[in-house]
Ligand binder design. Structure first.
Ligand SMILES: CC(C)(COP(=O)(O)OP(=O)(O)OC[C@H]1O[C@@H](n2cnc3c(N)ncnc32)[C@H](O)[C@@H]1OP(=O)(O)O)[C@@H](O)C(=O)NCCC(=O)NCCS
Length: 377
């Protein structure tokens, strides 16, 4: 069987209109802490409840590189009496909010690819959190896009969901089960973040990204990136974990317990994941006969600036500049699977034909995905 060559022919990015700076976040968090410590003063005095420590905007930027994040709802997150977004559930007859933001990114990606909904064979919704168990959000996206044929399915590989989705799309096109696929990452991370936990309340932001992939011999867009190879790796770890799930109601702790939201051992993640990612990129490009010095760009997952600097340095053998390894987490924070796709979307058009780069994600699982691309048009 002849394997089709596959290109990324268009990407899309939808950014929420509301944003929260580190300073705004720290002010509301510290007010929450003040109220908590005042309310439980007696219990804290008796050693029954722990006093909470304050957060600090300068610490957040220094520890992570994050300056602000976009969110779907700022009011609820910053309300010291609430500390999570207002995102009311919609009726079964209305489009869900996750499908809505997915469609915004898909439409832009289709436009950039010079494609219409009718060209699509499949929609893959790949992200960290699905709004519901079923029907798959992807099938809803397919419906509200107005696709009259084809299929959709959801996949969750946490922060690596986008690259895992890209491999699934590439494989489907290479082997002929699809000609044109969109992978979409509607990340509503504000819903899984514990905004009252000082160690992580600053980490995440909301966004939606999409990537259209198709057979190279069909593609007509003015910006095409041939996929030279994809590689995935997983290795079990509980250092990034969220125990939310359908069995929560069967346990007395219930859905409201702290472990039903994102939590991590940040330092361990840092130490364990960075070498794995650098090794994967080096072995992946090595197998494709690409020398590190020939990589024009690394569109890395955007979780922590120091992590990205360390990975890029290990790959290149010297520090990378921000043109070689673009940074978007200062503006967007960690948008889970969407981070490397935002970086690619915003920072690929300047590269010439023949330029080569790697889109690389990493996160819970642990999971690592690398997609090596070369600009062909
Ligand atoms: C989360 C992360 C930014 C924390 O940075 P860090 O330098 O490891 O910071 P630590 O958690 O060790 O905290 C250092 C100190 O600052 C304090 N601190 C934590 N959060 C704080 C905040 N918001 N404001 C002020 N101080 C804070 C800690 O309590 C600790 O105090 P101590 O030394 O007295 O114990 C960092 O570990 C990280 O990004 N790791 C990788 C995570 C990642 O990429 N995960 C992938 C998710 S997809």
């Amino acid at each position: 069987m002849t394997q089709q060559s596959v290109v990324i022919s268009g990407t899309g990015l939808w950014t929420p209109s509301e944003s929260i700076t580190n300073e705004e976040l720290a002010i509301s968090f510290n007010e929450y802490v003040r109220r908590h410590n005042e309310r439980y003063a007696a219990e804290i005095e008796r050693g029954e409840v722990e006093a909470l420590g304050v957060s600090d905007a300068a610490f957040i930027e220094k520890a992570s590189g994050i300056k602000q994040r976009y969110v779907l709802n700022k009011e609820g997150v910053l309300d010291p009496d609430r500390m999570y977004p207002y995102l009311p559930e919609r009726s079964d007859e209305e489009m869900s909010i996750q499908a809505e933001i997915a469609i915004k990114a898909v439409k832009q990606a289709l436009e950039n690819a010079g494609r219409t909904v009718d060209d699509l064979d499949a929609v893959l919704v790949a992200c960290s959190n699905m709004q519901r168990a079923y029907p798959a959000v992807a099938v809803e996206v397919q419906h509200y896009l107005g696709m009259e044929r084809g299929w959709g399915y959801d996949m969750n590989v946490a922060c690596s969901a986008a690259t895992f989705g890209l491999q699934a799309a590439v494989d489907a096109i290479r082997t002929g089960s699809a000609k044109c696929v969109v992978v979409v990452n509607p990340e509503i991370t504000s819903g899984h973040l514990c905004w009252t936990d000082r160690d992580c309340h600053f980490i995440f932001g909301d966004v939606s990204t999409a990537v259209v992939l198709e057979r190279e011999d069909d593609a007509t867009s003015a910006n095409q990136w041939r996929v030279l190879g994809t590689r995935l790796q997983t290795k079990f770890s509980s250092n990034i974990r969220n125990n939310f799930g359908f069995l929560n109601r069967c346990d007395e702790a219930g859905v409201g317990a702290r472990d039903k939201l994102f939590r991590q051992e940040g330092r361990k993640v840092f130490k364990e994941v960075c070498p794995m990612v650098a090794e994967q990129i080096l072995s992946h490009i090595g197998d494709l006969n690409i020398a590190p010095g020939d990589l024009n760009r690394m569109w890395l997952h955007q979780a922590n600036l120091s992590m990205n600097e360390l990975i890029a340095k290990r790959v290149l053998g010297r520090p990378a500049d921000r043109i070689e390894a673009p940074v978007i987490l200062d503006e967007y924070a960690n948008t889970s699977s969407a981070g490397s796709i935002i970086a690619f979307h915003k920072h690929n058009a300047d590269l010439p034909k023949g330029a080569q780069g790697v889109i690389c994600s990493f996160g819970a699982g642990y999971s690592i995905g690398s997609v090596i691309v070369e600009r062909v048009v």
